[in-house]
Design a protein around this ligand. Sequence first.
Ligand code: SAM
Length: 289
Amino acid sequence: MRDIATKSNTKEIIERHGFTFKKSFGQNFLTDTNILNKIVNAADLTDEVGVIEIGPGIGALTEFIARKAKKVVAYEIDPRLIPILAETLAPYDNVKVIHQDILKADVASMIEEEFKDVKEIAVVANLPYYITTPILMGLIEKKLPIDRYVTMMQKEVAERLSAKPGSKDYNALSIAVQYYTEAKIALTVPKTVFIPAPNVDSAVVHLTRREQPAVEVINEDFFMEVVHGAFKQRRKTLQNNLNQHFADLTKEEVTAILEEAGILPNRRGESLSIEEFAKLSNTFYQHLN
Ligand code: SAM
């Protein structure tokens, strides 16, 4: 079968439709069937898996998914791509394209309607890089029945999502993602496989939803607030960042709570494991409520 994603087919399709790339939509189309194979292999697709794709472009990845999965529902924001997708994906009767901004979509209702007869649900996408974090965090925090996410993004963001304590990339986003999922980089991808080539290197991240969050916290919003507070100024100690965050507490009170949590006040946020953050936020929560 003819692939959409070869360089020559991609050029032919966009020229024939007079399509021009929009930077503001993060449009960098994949033109490498090897990489596409690697992405769908990493996603473990079978005819029992329903897939949500974000930003199908001209359908390069969509058709690779459609060949293996039970069904693909793809959200595309750019109205100019809708008629192109109708043509390029015509051979596949298990694809549904929804013309909508993913950040405004009611994904929960879509899942109920479209994925009644699947055993697993995966998100597979070459994401628009300018909104990688809001897309992923939006879906993950809604606690939808999505089993895994296999998504391409800017390499720097991929490194943050999968970073371990003590590494330079470890930050509040690492903890937010790893609280709900197990994160690892599946492959790194050079700029040259895209048209047009982006300015940054890319990587595919594999997130598997945990059955239970990684740690037990009394209040999830409060936990994330404490994590953000602890990373506010990277070079500052926990004591300093948390003094600022909990402005109503005295310095002595913050020190006492840190000690009660078993965490030395002169440590930095980047050195704390997710378990230590849970202990820290639970101890603060108990003092304040
Ligand atoms: N999947 C295609 C590929 O791999 O060649 C295109 C990937 S391109 C990096 C990102 C796609 O996301 C574009 O088609 C763009 O129009 C679309 N997009 C950007 N913002 C979006 C949003 N908020 N909701 C849905 N799609 C969006």
